[in-house]
Design a protein around this ligand. Structure first.
Ligand code: FES
Ligand code: FES
Length: 159
């Protein structure tokens, strides 16, 4: 069955026809062509498809597009301002937290959701925020360092 939904993605409003079974991940990647959101396990296990929905990180493979009706979505494409990367993106690059990069967009969105509500997290809070995001490459240490570094930048700490 077809439904027409309205939502905002990265600040832009859309009205889109979707099927009852369409998941948010496919809406984002296929209908909006925002392929920064990665398609991994499609079963809620890996976190590669993480986006923010009304400020909360969600696995977009587990959210029906109709459930996102009326919501505000942020994907990795919504973080930079033109050529200017978001501080979390910069820290991931500077701290060597990106290897194959498959987990990175989802990891960064989980980190952003954390830092938006808590700009001075403990390392335990960082670990908890990204526990749904699987990385096969980095061993997590550099990712945690990058998130702590971004938090420091976002607080305006002297470096
Ligand atoms: S693709 Fe959604 S959790 Fe793995
Ligand atoms: S950088 Fe490769 S899966 Fe995380």
């Amino acid at each position: 069955m077809k439904h027409t939904i309205s939502l905002k993605v990265n600040g832009e409003s859309y009205e889109i026809d979707v099927q009852s079974e369409t998941v948010l991940l496919d809406l984002i990647r296929e209908k909006l062509d925002l392929t920064g959101t990665k398609d991994g396990c499609r079963s809620g296990e890996c976190g590669a498809c993480t986006v923010m929905m009304n400020g909360v990180p969600v696995n977009s493979c587990m959210v029906l597009a109709v459930e996102a009706d009326g919501s505000e979505i942020t994907t990795i494409e919504g973080l930079s301002k033109g050529e200017e990367l978001h501080p979390i993106q910069k820290s991931f690059i500077e701290k060597g937290a990106v290897q194959c990069g498959y987990c990175t967009p989802g990891m960064i969105l989980s980190a952003k959701a954390l830092l938006d509500r808590n700009n001075d997290p403990t390392s335990e809070e960082v670990k908890k925020a990204i526990r749904g995001n699987i990385c096969r490459c980095t061993g997590y240490q550099k990712i945690e360092e990058a998130i702590m570094d971004a938090a420091s930048t976002m607080r305006g700490d002297e470096k």
